[in-house]
Design a protein around this ligand. Sequence first.
Ligand SMILES: [Zn+2]
Length: 393
Amino acid sequence: MDAGLVTAIKAAVNPQRLAETALALIAIPSPTRSAGPVADELASILGADGFAVERPVADWPEAPAVVTRLQSGTPGRTLQFDGHLDTVHLPFVPPRFAEGALYGSGASDMKGGVAAFVEALRALRDTGALRAGQVLLTAHDHHEGPWGDRRQLKALIREGFVGDGVLLPEYLATPLPVAGRGQAIFEVRVKREGEPVHEVLQAPNTPQVLLAGADLTLRLQALHQRLQAHTHPHAGADSCFLGRLTSGEIYNQVPVECVLSGTRRWVQAGTIEAVRAEFEALLAGLARDTGTQVELDFSISGDAFAISPADPLVAAFQQAHQAATGAPLPLGGKPFMDDGNTFAALANIPALTHGPAATGAHTLDERVTLDELVRVAQVYALTALSYCKMRVA
Ligand SMILES: [Zn+2]
């Protein structure tokens, strides 16, 4: 990258302005499905700064999304900055700045990251460095589960608020995730007919749901072992994990139901139906062998995703990271699911998750340093410079 341009962009990221934006967003409580007031605040910050703001309802009238663009006026790629404004449902922690770090609800997840996006836009505008393409900033509600179902992001994608590639500022500073597993949460109910009954009064051949549940535990463990062969160099391996098994009321009563729940994760995108069918076949075998009825709730959180390490977005990001910090990032897997999986599945665009090395997400003790927010704002702005100038293939 042009050294003079890199110096100008880095100098244009203003730490104080960035911190003020982040603290203003943190100051407004926004538990998932109630992000309207903080979306209004973001829109007014952008508007006061001279950016034209759109407010698409995007399937959530409680909190219309916030959209703005920085256009170069010359053809090129569109880099999207996408963030969620909602926070998990925990008691509100007000904003605080102390010893170089920001605290409060959403500081780490992800109002700090959204503020870094805003500061990156300002740096690009103030330097006039963006000579081709455009940056599209989108911010929305309905991200955090189980309260949200991601409907607003899905609507934004349907309505065309989509770039050629997207950055997401979740709290993952290293590695650069180029793959991630899909996930389903399962709940299996192993049942028998009839009422609970004393063990000595049960009819002959009464199906034993608790034993069937134990049997299923072993079958799921065997499945997990087989799945270790399904690997991806960056995402890891398929898995089947059992986290909960409940049955029975007292020690000498024959129960009517055993409930097991856990996760099934997979590395290969586009295999949701095959994964589900394999799981259903396993349960059908259990029902047949144990004389029980087996019901399944198989709830898909999202599909697996992978980006080619040769994708132009990866190249642009690595150039930017090198320019901002002196080195590219190692490539790796994404340990959690985020909106990148949704972009990959529904918009079919490359999505990179990269954010500050922040701590305490989903706790009462979120903390992110201003230095980290400055670093990611520089990386975001430099990625835009590198990515947007490439012509769309
Ligand atoms: Zn988040």
